[in-house]
Design a protein around this ligand. Sequence first.
Ligand SMILES: *Cc1c(COP(=O)(O)O)cnc(C)c1O
Length: 357
Amino acid sequence: MAGPILTADRLQRRVARLPRVDLAHLPTPLEEVPRFAEAIGPVRVLIKRDDCTGLLLGGNKARHNEFLMADALYEGCDTVIWGAGLQSNNCRQTAAACAKLGLDCRLYLSKSHYKREIQGNLLLDYLVGAKVELVDAEIGPELDALLAAKADEARAQGKRPYVWDRSRVVPRAAISYTLCLAEIMQQMHAMDLRPDAVYVSSAGSTGAGLALGKAVLGLNCPVRSICPMTWPWDIPEALAQTANEAAALLDLPHRLRASDIDATTEYIGPGYGKPSQDGLEAMHLLATMEGILLEPTYTAKAMAALVADVRSGKLAPGSVVVFIHTGGLPAVFVDPTQLLAGIHGEVPRIDSTDANS
Ligand SMILES: *Cc1c(COP(=O)(O)O)cnc(C)c1O
């Protein structure tokens, strides 16, 4: 992890050299959750409320898009071509950014993994005017190739597309989380605290950016990426590479190796997008102790890891733990029956005879 240690302030000035558009409500609050912490063990827990970034109901893609949409505008693009799963938080926040910036938004959403209902993120995509096409391609290399082909088609139509090209987009998005870690450190400094561990749900830009931030800011504590999914490639290798590409974009000499990345796929449970029992338990506990909601695909699984590490003693008593809430809340509306059944073991009956009267 060679390279000089920068203050949060100096890192922010370095990042200010890059094109950026104002999309997110920043800084997001850093909120202590004492009732939740007391329920899980003798630690302090602070939640970085990136579910409150704005841009159509919050999440980590508001920060990402400040750099990505600036890149699109800088390149003179008029159309954004994006894709992911049917309930993609990424596509929902990108669609909102496009609406705000007057860019044409074309979304290609993979049908796999999700219930085909116009709810949650998909509903929001339509409401902000995105052009949506459902496709059979699987998330990953297959969908990446489809997006590249759609960009070629758009170019043939005389458009200037900005396409979700992994090699271009992922390191630029990561920078926003290097900056987020600086923001957290400033907030903690003002509270006279230092983190003993940071937890986040990520298998990509967000975790890579935080890992770079840890190196640049000289933070001496674990920054754990709890992966919501596996990829056809090695995740620590990919995150280190992304961090290094982000460092190069910032003209920073820091270079990370796979061994510098703390990532685990242990909490995926039954699969990407499928609720896990320990995730639902963590979600239930935070909701009922603090009135703060997580969602089953990403944040609940990351919180399950935090809870497990407190209970096993991996996090020492008295530790100050930061959990970054990356958002994703529209997903809770997609399958409410399954969600309630998973959390409470039963679904409440409501009398619907008066409906529409
Ligand atoms: C996209 C997303 C993540 C993961 O972000 P990456 O940068 O792709 O790792 C985590 N949580 C939520 C809610 C997300 O939407």
